[in-house]
Design a protein around this ligand. Sequence first.
Ligand code: KG4
Ligand code: ZN
Length: 336
Amino acid sequence: MLVLGIESSCDETGVALYDSTHGLLAHQLHTQIAMHAEYGGVVPELASRDHIRRLTPLTHASLQQAGKTYRDIDAIAYTQGPGLGGALLAGASFANALAFALNKPIIPVHHLEGHMLSPLLSEEKPAFPFVALLVSGGHTQFMAVKGIGNYTLLGESIDDAAGEAFDKTAKLLGLPYPGGAKLAELARLGQPSNLHFPRPMLHSHDLNMSFSGLKTAVLTAVNKIRTETGCDAELPEQIRNNICREFQDAVVDVLTSKAKQALKQTGYQQLVVAGGVGANWQLRQSLNNLPEVRTFFPPMAYCTDNGAMIAFAGAMHLASAQPAAGFNVKPRWPLS
Ligand code: KG4
Ligand code: ZN
């Protein structure tokens, strides 16, 4: 079965073709980062319009890459939510119109399920059950995953998502949008210092987390340094890099400690990490070093938003004959 996957929940248009026998045959992506950069964040109306412009050429490119035609497509999967309403509608309309024209089934996919299953696209993949850490710009959650469609929420951030904390902290340090990955790069250049940021809810005895206070702690430290050094413009580079290092240490400490707790609580020995922050080098290092646990990450190209994970999740639903719904989008949609 050949499944076309369409992703358009935020600022990336992703189109891919997944074949249930031969695996991923094509993967095309257009990122709108440059377009939104001058506004310092995603502008929803611009995002929707750009998805509309990109979907047809990316689908043609995917078919060409796979050496297939429209007639070869057996089903079409699209991101139904959560995400930006207009952006989701662009992908949903395209996918549903194509499915109607080709008379093929349509499979709505939960964006986070796409992320969560994306490590199964690797050669070395986890088997069910496993603990999933979904860590993106909009969500930070631990899930117990027993099989396709069988997900239990174990705990989540009660305020900002970890990726959001990375982006907001990067912004207040004057780094260009989107700052998360840039902050992580600068953290490599940071040196030990007397800065120490809090580890919120580290000892809360549950799997919930909180990251908004951490961003405020960075702001307080930055203001203090500015007052002490008398510089109210840019921070000296080394001090900024040290802040990046301490901030990243704090986030990674919390996520690692909660991951250990989630594994202990479930008794599972496999951890899957998915979502944009899963690209973070220090988080990868830390979670790869957990004793007696096998940790799986999606291939780097599928960490951030993409069509491959949607095509793959669609193919899994098709295989397990889970019912498909009609044409709608769900900008807010809990996975479990
Ligand atoms: O999963 P994703 O592409 O989109 C959402 O569904 O949110 O994740 C994007 C998030 C952003 O907050 C971005 O700053 C963060 O992932 N991110 C990173 C890194 N690369 C992307 N955060 C920390 N370190 C990175 N290397
Ligand atoms: Zn995402």
